[in-house]
Every structure is written in C-alpha cells, then in structure tokens.
Design a protein around this ligand. Sequence first.
Ligand code: IMP
Length: 193
Amino acid sequence: MKKIIFATGNEGKMREIREILSDLDAEVLSMKEAGVEADIVENGKTFEENAQIKAKTVCALTGEIVLADDSGLEIDYLNGEPGVYSARYMGDAPYSEKNAELVRRLEGVPDGQRTARFVCAVAAAFPDGRVKTVRAAMEGRIGYEEKGKNGFGYDPIFFLPEYGCTSAELSMEEKNKISHRGKALRAIREELK
Ligand code: IMP
C-alpha cells in the first residue's frame, strides 16, 4: 500500500486529511507516526512557498510522498495582513486578544470594506522530485465582535454573509465542506490518484 505523510503536528488536520483521502488506497501517516522530527523554518513569502518548503524537506528526509499545508487570514483593508504571518501575529497572545485587536484596527470601517478570506495552500512533494501545489480560499468579512465557540484561531471574527454566522458557529462538518483547507485538500487528492 502507498504511504503518504502529512507534514503536520496538528491532530485536527490529521483527522481531516484522513477523512478526505479515505477512499485512496494509501496509508496516511503524521510526521510522528512516520518517525520524522524536523524543525522546519517557514520563511516563504507566500502560502505556496511555505507549503512547498515543508513538503520538500520531509520528502527529502523520508523518500515518501509528502503533503504539507500553510494557511492564514488575509484582510483586504489591512493590505492582506496578517497573511503568512497569521500564526505569528501578536506572538503568544491568546486569540481572544488577537481577534480584539483586528476588530479594533477595523473600527469605523463599513461592511463593504471588511472583506477577508482564509487561504490554504497544499503542496505534494513526490520522491521523483515533482511538486504539485494547490490553493483554495473561503471568502467572508471581519465581524464586529467574537461569535461562536467552534473552530479555532480567527474563526470567531470571520463572518460568512451567505450563512449569516461566523465560521466558529458552524459545525466541523459544515466548515470542512466550505473551508479553504477542505477545498485545497480535496483538490490535492486529485493529484494523488
Ligand atoms: P498554519 O497553516 O498551521 O501555519 O496556521 C496558520 C494560522 O492561520 C493559524 O494558526 C490560524 O491563526 C490561522 N488559520 C488558518 N486556518 C484557520 C481557520 O480555519 N480558522 C481560524 N484560523 C485559521
């Protein structure tokens, strides 16, 4: 059976990728399960570059097919911030503070200019040197306060106009159907068949 390693330490992401790739005849392993320890510096300027850096590094270490993702929140009014720095924005501050600060930076900004998107790039690195990369997004707006307890990170301030709620008010199944990561993982799945 083909082995595929997903270069993440995040259990939630592992559950999602296993579910999405469940009909491929492949064993999907986390880095830990594959016995890989690597401290990878994500110094790319784009989501694609960061995903490729992670996938290529772990592929070179293992000789297996490796998937890696990189994601973040782009806010148009803030010229795309926090973007590739989403995980590092405001350092170790809790997300309640990061979210409050982003809402504060958009104070007085009308709905039409609060547009934002979650972006996810997924790269697949193959032992023969090929690298395939896909990107997907989930469009929305920055809300006025945190709402909802599901999800993580910036979900409580990410308002989805078509649903009339934030992505933190969707169930995990509902979010996976429309999310940047769900869409990108389903797209990369086509490259693995
Ligand atoms: P990474 O892709 O694991 O490096 O994470 C990027 C960062 O983007 C996360 O730490 C969150 O701050 C943010 N992010 C990415 N996807 C989501 C999401 O679905 N909901 C909320 N925040 C997200």
